[in-house]
Design a protein around this ligand. Structure first.
Ligand SMILES: CSC[C@H]1O[C@@H](n2cnc3c(O)ncnc32)[C@H](O)[C@@H]1O
Ligand SMILES: [Zn+2]
Length: 432
């Protein structure tokens, strides 16, 4: 057995309290052996965590990782106009190579900001899976299925690809990669395809993930056409089951919150994207009170515009209070729970907690800086004050992905250069 000890740190425990402890890891099976005192002597290798906070790696519950290429390409528009006028025309020009370049950039950014697992919906998913596997992260991946503006054969082919990809990538990266069937949303995939393909996804045993109740404009046509709220419609289509997870959940009413809680379907809250596209304020405190599992996601870098879960945590706390008109709503402890264990449970990955037997997915944050001084409350600092640049080590599945701010599996300069070239080329082709 090869062991790694993270020594001398303040450790965030599963009950969201912090204690002084070491963490001993079995690197062969990627699990935490022990959280306790004086474990350095037993280890083959050590990582220094003095003056640092040792937390579960952050879990980004909803992303489109290769959209890093479109960061800053189109800002300051609402969802529909943004997608139709700016994003979809560029995405029509994507190739496997451009998606690889964007994914490399995205996973680099995630490792540097302490994220160890994420859920992703996009195109060219086998390429994304290869890149994630090489980088060493954990992910649940799926092909985003869309039927609008396609003829029947093309729409069915896209849904078939969604199923085939879910089968193909499941288990890649030594089991760190899992999959889901991912219809883009309830308005961009016609009901007939949901009826045909969701049962096939159930046969494969994969969860369903989709954008839901993101904007008011998306709710109204479903109510008009089907006479029920979107999540009641999703339930009719078999898309609201235990293990399924929806992105956004902004415009959900009390009846829909009840449906989510009853079904065991989780919500991934994307506060930055919801603010930037002016989609609205999700009733996060209400969902938590009703027993809905809520995780946090960045959405793509074109609507955020970064992939830092620490930024997202602060946004979640701030907008959660505004939405509830209550400063005590969505407190620091709830945010920290959502960005770790909540997201992990929502997307169905075994991660998000530091205890013996748990996967060794860990972020270590440097506390020695003015914006984290004094150290009155480290849970508060994690939710409100810490930044991506504070992350000094990132470990996933027991392997060190970043040591003292140096990412080991990726050449940072080369990744940034390839991404810049790919983005320039992609946008130029779209403008031809
Ligand atoms: C079909 S792959 C995923 C698809 O989703 C688009 N997308 C990015 N952000 C959002 C969002 O906030 N709501 C809906 N769709 C979004 C992305 O550009 C891809 O086309
Ligand atoms: Zn999204």
């Amino acid at each position: 057995m090869t062991t790694l000890a993270i020594t001398g740190g303040q450790v965030l425990l599963p009950d969201i309290t912090v204690t002084r402890a070491d963490v001993l890891i079995d690197q062969d099976d990627g699990e935490i052996l022990e959280v306790g005192d004086d474990l350095a002597g037993d280890a083959d290798e050590t990582l220094d965590a003095s003056e640092s906070l040792v937390t579960p790696g952050f879990v980004n519950g909803h992303c489109h990782v290769a959209m890093t290429l479109l960061r800053g390409h189109a800002d300051d528009k609402p969802l529909d106009a943004w997608l139709q006028e700016d994003i979809w025309p560029v995405e029509a020009e994507l190739t496997a190579d451009t998606v690889r370049a964007g994914t490399e950039l995205g996973v680099l950014e995630m490792i540097k900001s302490g994220t160890t697992a994420f859920a992703d919906m996009y195109f060219f998913v086998p390429t994304i899976a290869e890149t994630v596997a090489e980088a060493g992260l954990r992910a649940r991946l799926g092909h985003g299925v869309i039927s609008v503006a396609k003829d029947e054969e093309a729409a069915r082919e896209d849904a078939r690809e969604g199923l085939a990809v879910a089968e193909e990538v499941d288990g890649m990266g030594d089991g760190r990669i899992s999959s889901a069937f991912m219809p883009h949303s309830l308005t961009t995939v016609d009901g007939q395809y949901l009826e045909e393909f969701v049962p096939q996804a159930r046969d494969l045993g994969v969860p369903i993930h989709y954008h839901a109740n993101e904007t008011a404009d998306e709710v109204a046509p479903i109510v008009d056409e089907h006479g029920v709220r979107p999540l009641a419609y999703a339930a009719e289509k078999g898309m609201l089951e235990d293990g399924d997870f929806v992105a956004h959940g902004v415009h959900v009413d009390e009846s829909e919150i009840g449906l989510l809680a009853e079904a065991g379907t989780s919500v991934i809250h994307c506060p930055a994207s919801n603010m930037k596209l002016a989609s609205g304020m999700a009733p996060v405190q209400r969902m938590l009170e009703a027993g809905v599992t809520v995780g946090i996601g960045t959405d793509g870098a074109a609507s955020n515009n970064d992939l830092s879960m620490l930024d997202e945590a602060r946004d979640a706390a701030m907008i959660g209070k505004l939405a509830a008109d209550d400063a005590s709503a969505v407190p620091a402890e709830a945010v920290v729970e959502m960005m770790t264990r909540g997201s992990a449970e929502a997307i169905g990955v075994d991660s998000g907690r530091l205890e013996a037997g748990a996967p060794a997915d860990i972020a270590v944050l440097d506390l020695e800086s003015p914006h984290l001084t004094p150290r009155n409350d480290l849970v508060s600092h994690l939710a409100y004050a810490a930044a991506a640049s504070d992350v000094r080590h990132t470990i996933c599945d027991g392997q060190v992905l970043m040591r003292d701010r140096e990412v080991l599996a990726l050449d940072e300069a080369a990744v940034c250069e390839r991404a810049t070239e790919s983005a320039d080329d992609l946008i130029a082709r779209a403008e031809e």
